[in-house]
Design a binder for this molecule. Sequence first.
Ligand SMILES: [Zn+2]
Length: 180
Amino acid sequence: MLTGLIHCAECGGAMTIRTGKGGRYPYYACSMKARQGPTACEGMAVPMDKLDDLVASHLEDQLLQPERLETVLAAALDRREEHSERRREHIAELNKRSAGSELRLKRLYDASEAGMADLDDPALKDRIDGLKAIRDQAKADAADAVQIRHDRPRAYPAGRRRLPPRPSARARPTCGGRRR
Ligand SMILES: [Zn+2]
């Protein structure tokens, strides 16, 4: 379970799994020693079961404390709220851009109706096409962004930050079922 994560304390080389006689006793051993012999490293070897259990119970103790979990989850929720806030701002910005283009288009049409602008003028046509493109793109982007927001799993409603009480000792998984 720890291959690729642990390194030899002597030389810093990766620890790889080796097995003792008959393959029944897997252990982590310094790969430097295995490859280059004892001149490269005196070598480290730890029974796999022992180290896995040690690391697993340490993680369980450290990480699965309710206070610790609460801190970790609260930080994650904060990040998500921040993200959600930025997205809201982004959508508002897109809507503003779309409305702005719409308004300019309307002014151009009004000017044309009042005889002050010629819609057949190629330069004006370009301008209108450009405004329409900006408006449509902003509309589509805003719709996408709204869609993404709604697809996301709901955050806790404000105030529901407390974790449920820690399960009783009986309800917790026993060590026997741990994956190696
Ligand atoms: Zn080593």
